[in-house]
Design a protein around this ligand. Structure first.
Ligand SMILES: Nc1ncnc2c1ncn2[C@@H]1O[C@H](COP(=O)(O)OP(=O)(O)O)[C@@H](O)[C@H]1O
Ligand SMILES: [Mg+2]
Length: 259
Protein backbone atom coordinates (compact mmCIF):
# COMPACT_ATOMS: atom_id res chain seq x y z
CA UNK A 1 0.00 0.00 0.00
CA UNK A 2 2.84 2.38 0.86
CA UNK A 3 6.32 2.13 -0.62
CA UNK A 4 9.26 4.34 0.11
CA UNK A 5 12.40 3.44 -1.81
CA UNK A 6 15.71 5.12 -1.14
CA UNK A 7 13.98 8.17 0.25
CA UNK A 8 16.07 11.06 1.49
CA UNK A 9 15.07 14.52 2.58
CA UNK A 10 17.35 17.52 2.84
CA UNK A 11 16.07 20.90 3.98
CA UNK A 12 17.67 24.25 3.31
CA UNK A 13 17.64 25.74 6.75
CA UNK A 14 18.86 29.13 7.87
CA UNK A 15 22.10 27.58 9.11
CA UNK A 16 22.69 25.55 5.98
CA UNK A 17 21.37 22.22 4.88
CA UNK A 18 19.73 19.77 7.23
CA UNK A 19 19.51 16.12 6.28
CA UNK A 20 16.28 14.99 7.88
CA UNK A 21 15.99 11.52 6.35
CA UNK A 22 18.41 9.20 4.61
CA UNK A 23 17.99 5.92 2.70
CA UNK A 24 14.51 5.08 3.86
CA UNK A 25 13.19 1.83 2.38
CA UNK A 26 9.83 1.16 3.91
CA UNK A 27 7.04 -1.00 2.53
CA UNK A 28 3.74 -1.08 4.35
CA UNK A 29 1.19 -3.74 3.41
CA UNK A 30 -2.50 -2.94 3.03
CA UNK A 31 -4.24 -3.10 6.41
CA UNK A 32 -0.99 -3.05 8.31
CA UNK A 33 -0.46 -0.92 11.43
CA UNK A 34 3.06 0.50 11.54
CA UNK A 35 4.33 2.72 14.32
CA UNK A 36 7.36 4.98 14.01
CA UNK A 37 9.56 5.87 16.93
CA UNK A 38 12.75 7.86 17.22
CA UNK A 39 14.25 10.84 18.97
CA UNK A 40 12.72 14.25 18.55
CA UNK A 41 13.95 15.80 15.29
CA UNK A 42 14.83 12.47 13.64
CA UNK A 43 12.40 13.04 10.78
CA UNK A 44 9.20 11.24 11.81
CA UNK A 45 6.84 14.07 10.86
CA UNK A 46 8.80 14.61 7.66
CA UNK A 47 8.29 10.94 6.77
CA UNK A 48 4.53 11.27 7.24
CA UNK A 49 4.45 14.49 5.19
CA UNK A 50 6.24 12.71 2.35
CA UNK A 51 3.67 9.91 2.36
CA UNK A 52 0.87 12.49 2.54
CA UNK A 53 2.20 14.27 -0.53
CA UNK A 54 2.70 17.50 1.42
CA UNK A 55 6.38 17.50 0.55
CA UNK A 56 8.26 16.07 -2.43
CA UNK A 57 11.26 13.91 -1.45
CA UNK A 58 14.73 15.22 -2.26
CA UNK A 59 15.68 11.74 -3.41
CA UNK A 60 14.03 8.36 -3.86
CA UNK A 61 10.43 7.56 -4.57
CA UNK A 62 7.21 7.47 -2.57
CA UNK A 63 4.21 5.44 -3.73
CA UNK A 64 0.74 4.92 -2.36
CA UNK A 65 -1.51 2.22 -3.84
CA UNK A 66 1.02 1.63 -6.63
CA UNK A 67 0.99 5.26 -7.75
CA UNK A 68 3.74 7.83 -7.30
CA UNK A 69 2.69 10.41 -4.73
CA UNK A 70 2.49 13.82 -6.38
CA UNK A 71 0.28 15.66 -3.88
CA UNK A 72 -2.39 15.03 -1.26
CA UNK A 73 -4.79 12.19 -2.06
CA UNK A 74 -8.41 11.90 -1.11
CA UNK A 75 -7.88 8.40 0.28
CA UNK A 76 -5.03 9.40 2.59
CA UNK A 77 -5.91 11.21 5.79
CA UNK A 78 -3.68 12.98 8.30
CA UNK A 79 -4.27 13.40 12.01
CA UNK A 80 -2.18 15.72 14.16
CA UNK A 81 -1.29 16.05 17.82
CA UNK A 82 -3.80 18.89 18.22
CA UNK A 83 -7.38 18.30 17.12
CA UNK A 84 -7.44 21.52 15.01
CA UNK A 85 -11.24 21.73 14.99
CA UNK A 86 -12.95 24.84 13.69
CA UNK A 87 -14.26 26.48 16.86
CA UNK A 88 -17.42 27.91 15.31
CA UNK A 89 -18.55 24.65 13.77
CA UNK A 90 -20.48 21.92 15.57
CA UNK A 91 -18.99 18.48 16.20
CA UNK A 92 -20.98 17.04 13.31
CA UNK A 93 -20.00 19.74 10.85
CA UNK A 94 -16.35 19.45 11.86
CA UNK A 95 -16.50 15.74 11.03
CA UNK A 96 -18.15 16.61 7.70
CA UNK A 97 -15.53 19.20 6.80
CA UNK A 98 -13.38 17.07 4.45
CA UNK A 99 -16.50 16.13 2.51
CA UNK A 100 -17.55 19.76 2.15
CA UNK A 101 -14.13 20.94 1.03
CA UNK A 102 -13.90 18.19 -1.55
CA UNK A 103 -17.08 18.20 -3.57
CA UNK A 104 -16.03 15.23 -5.65
CA UNK A 105 -16.75 12.62 -2.98
CA UNK A 106 -18.16 9.32 -4.12
CA UNK A 107 -21.26 9.35 -1.89
CA UNK A 108 -24.18 11.68 -1.38
CA UNK A 109 -23.98 14.23 1.40
CA UNK A 110 -26.75 12.36 3.24
CA UNK A 111 -24.74 9.14 3.11
CA UNK A 112 -21.70 10.94 4.52
CA UNK A 113 -23.88 12.42 7.22
CA UNK A 114 -25.04 8.94 8.19
CA UNK A 115 -21.44 7.80 8.23
CA UNK A 116 -20.50 10.76 10.45
CA UNK A 117 -23.19 9.77 12.96
CA UNK A 118 -21.96 6.17 12.86
CA UNK A 119 -18.37 7.20 13.49
CA UNK A 120 -19.32 9.51 16.35
CA UNK A 121 -21.21 6.63 17.90
CA UNK A 122 -18.21 4.38 17.43
CA UNK A 123 -16.11 6.72 19.58
CA UNK A 124 -18.83 7.28 22.17
CA UNK A 125 -19.86 10.78 21.08
CA UNK A 126 -23.48 10.16 20.17
CA UNK A 127 -25.56 13.01 21.58
CA UNK A 128 -22.71 15.52 21.15
CA UNK A 129 -23.26 16.20 17.44
CA UNK A 130 -24.48 19.76 17.92
CA UNK A 131 -21.95 20.79 20.55
CA UNK A 132 -19.13 23.20 19.83
CA UNK A 133 -15.51 22.09 20.28
CA UNK A 134 -14.90 24.27 23.36
CA UNK A 135 -17.68 22.40 25.15
CA UNK A 136 -15.69 19.17 24.90
CA UNK A 137 -12.68 17.81 26.78
CA UNK A 138 -9.35 17.38 24.96
CA UNK A 139 -9.94 13.65 24.61
CA UNK A 140 -13.40 14.21 23.14
CA UNK A 141 -12.01 16.77 20.70
CA UNK A 142 -9.39 14.33 19.56
CA UNK A 143 -12.12 11.72 19.06
CA UNK A 144 -13.91 14.22 16.80
CA UNK A 145 -10.69 14.71 14.91
CA UNK A 146 -10.38 10.92 14.55
CA UNK A 147 -13.91 10.75 13.09
CA UNK A 148 -13.06 13.58 10.71
CA UNK A 149 -10.03 11.71 9.44
CA UNK A 150 -12.18 8.59 8.91
CA UNK A 151 -15.13 10.24 7.17
CA UNK A 152 -13.97 9.50 3.64
CA UNK A 153 -12.98 5.90 4.44
CA UNK A 154 -9.30 6.52 3.82
CA UNK A 155 -7.14 3.67 2.60
CA UNK A 156 -4.27 5.17 4.55
CA UNK A 157 -4.29 7.06 7.84
CA UNK A 158 -1.22 9.00 8.87
CA UNK A 159 -1.20 9.89 12.54
CA UNK A 160 1.40 12.24 14.02
CA UNK A 161 1.52 11.78 17.80
CA UNK A 162 -2.28 12.07 17.93
CA UNK A 163 -2.63 11.08 21.59
CA UNK A 164 0.43 12.70 23.12
CA UNK A 165 -1.36 15.79 24.42
CA UNK A 166 -3.87 13.66 26.33
CA UNK A 167 -3.82 12.42 29.90
CA UNK A 168 -2.79 8.80 30.48
CA UNK A 169 -6.28 7.44 31.01
CA UNK A 170 -7.77 9.08 27.91
CA UNK A 171 -4.76 7.96 25.95
CA UNK A 172 -5.30 4.36 27.00
CA UNK A 173 -8.96 4.55 26.05
CA UNK A 174 -8.23 6.08 22.67
CA UNK A 175 -5.58 3.54 21.81
CA UNK A 176 -8.09 0.79 22.57
CA UNK A 177 -10.73 2.52 20.44
CA UNK A 178 -8.30 2.94 17.59
CA UNK A 179 -7.51 -0.78 17.67
CA UNK A 180 -11.21 -1.57 17.63
CA UNK A 181 -11.77 0.74 14.67
CA UNK A 182 -8.75 -0.74 12.96
CA UNK A 183 -10.15 -4.26 13.40
CA UNK A 184 -13.41 -3.13 11.75
CA UNK A 185 -11.89 -1.17 8.88
CA UNK A 186 -9.11 -2.33 6.62
CA UNK A 187 -7.26 1.00 6.87
CA UNK A 188 -3.49 1.02 6.63
CA UNK A 189 -2.05 3.11 9.45
CA UNK A 190 1.31 4.78 9.98
CA UNK A 191 1.38 6.18 13.49
CA UNK A 192 4.13 8.30 15.05
CA UNK A 193 4.51 8.28 18.80
CA UNK A 194 7.18 9.09 21.35
CA UNK A 195 5.72 6.52 23.72
CA UNK A 196 7.42 3.18 23.21
CA UNK A 197 4.68 1.29 25.04
CA UNK A 198 2.05 2.89 22.83
CA UNK A 199 4.08 1.94 19.76
CA UNK A 200 4.21 -1.69 20.89
CA UNK A 201 0.57 -1.93 21.93
CA UNK A 202 -0.72 -0.54 18.64
CA UNK A 203 1.59 -1.94 16.02
CA UNK A 204 1.99 -4.91 13.77
CA UNK A 205 5.49 -3.55 13.20
CA UNK A 206 7.52 -0.88 14.95
CA UNK A 207 10.04 1.08 12.89
CA UNK A 208 12.89 2.54 14.92
CA UNK A 209 14.62 5.55 13.37
CA UNK A 210 18.13 6.72 14.24
CA UNK A 211 18.78 10.26 15.49
CA UNK A 212 19.30 12.85 12.79
CA UNK A 213 19.57 12.04 10.01
CA UNK A 214 16.74 9.60 10.40
CA UNK A 215 17.58 6.19 9.00
CA UNK A 216 15.85 2.93 9.65
CA UNK A 217 17.62 1.52 12.67
CA UNK A 218 15.48 -1.57 13.08
CA UNK A 219 12.04 -2.95 12.27
CA UNK A 220 10.44 -5.05 15.00
CA UNK A 221 7.47 -7.38 14.43
CA UNK A 222 4.95 -7.42 17.25
CA UNK A 223 3.22 -10.78 17.43
CA UNK A 224 1.18 -10.20 20.56
CA UNK A 225 -2.52 -11.17 20.19
CA UNK A 226 -5.12 -8.37 20.05
CA UNK A 227 -6.85 -6.53 21.53
CA UNK A 228 -3.96 -5.19 23.55
CA UNK A 229 -4.13 -2.55 26.23
CA UNK A 230 -1.84 0.06 27.68
CA UNK A 231 -3.46 -0.77 31.02
CA UNK A 232 -2.93 -4.12 32.76
CA UNK A 233 -3.69 -7.01 30.45
CA UNK A 234 -2.80 -10.60 29.75
CA UNK A 235 0.20 -9.59 27.65
CA UNK A 236 1.76 -7.07 29.95
CA UNK A 237 4.99 -9.09 30.20
CA UNK A 238 5.32 -9.42 26.43
CA UNK A 239 4.72 -5.68 25.94
CA UNK A 240 7.26 -4.87 28.65
CA UNK A 241 9.92 -7.17 27.17
CA UNK A 242 9.67 -5.69 23.68
CA UNK A 243 9.45 -2.15 25.07
CA UNK A 244 12.63 -2.67 27.07
CA UNK A 245 14.42 -3.77 23.93
CA UNK A 246 13.18 -0.72 22.02
CA UNK A 247 14.23 1.56 24.87
CA UNK A 248 17.67 0.05 24.50
CA UNK A 249 17.77 0.67 20.76
CA UNK A 250 16.69 4.27 21.16
CA UNK A 251 19.16 5.10 23.87
CA UNK A 252 22.12 3.66 21.98
CA UNK A 253 24.56 6.24 20.81
CA UNK A 254 24.22 7.93 17.49
CA UNK A 255 24.01 6.02 14.23
CA UNK A 256 27.39 7.49 13.21
CA UNK A 257 29.13 5.09 15.56
CA UNK A 258 27.94 2.07 13.68
CA UNK A 259 28.76 3.10 10.16
N1 LIG B 1 10.40 22.81 6.46
C1 LIG B 1 11.57 22.60 7.07
N2 LIG B 1 12.65 23.40 6.83
C2 LIG B 1 13.82 23.18 7.42
N3 LIG B 1 14.07 22.18 8.29
C3 LIG B 1 13.05 21.35 8.58
C4 LIG B 1 11.74 21.52 8.00
N4 LIG B 1 10.93 20.54 8.48
C5 LIG B 1 11.69 19.81 9.33
N5 LIG B 1 12.95 20.28 9.39
C6 LIG B 1 14.06 19.71 10.17
O1 LIG B 1 14.15 18.33 9.85
C7 LIG B 1 14.42 17.56 11.01
C8 LIG B 1 13.31 16.54 11.22
O2 LIG B 1 12.11 17.20 11.60
P1 LIG B 1 10.78 16.42 11.95
O3 LIG B 1 10.42 15.53 10.83
O4 LIG B 1 9.78 17.41 12.37
O5 LIG B 1 11.25 15.52 13.20
P2 LIG B 1 10.38 14.71 14.27
O6 LIG B 1 8.95 14.73 13.82
O7 LIG B 1 10.98 13.34 14.29
O8 LIG B 1 10.57 15.40 15.59
C9 LIG B 1 14.54 18.56 12.15
O9 LIG B 1 15.89 18.84 12.32
C10 LIG B 1 13.80 19.76 11.65
O10 LIG B 1 14.32 20.93 12.22
MG1 LIG C 1 7.23 15.41 14.75
Amino acid sequence: MIRLDGVGQVFDGREGQVTALEKIDLHVRGGEFVTLIGRSGCGKSTLLRLIAGLLPPTSGSVQVADEPVTGPRRDVSFMFQRPALLPWRSVLSNVMLPVEIDKGGDRSKAAYRDRAHQLLELVGLQGFERRLPHELSGGMQQRVSLCRSLIRDPQVMLMDEPFSALDALTRTELSEELQRIKMELATTIVFVTHSIEEAVVLADRVVVLTPRPGRMREVVDIDIPRPRSLAQNAYVTEVATISARLHGLLSEKDSEDRR
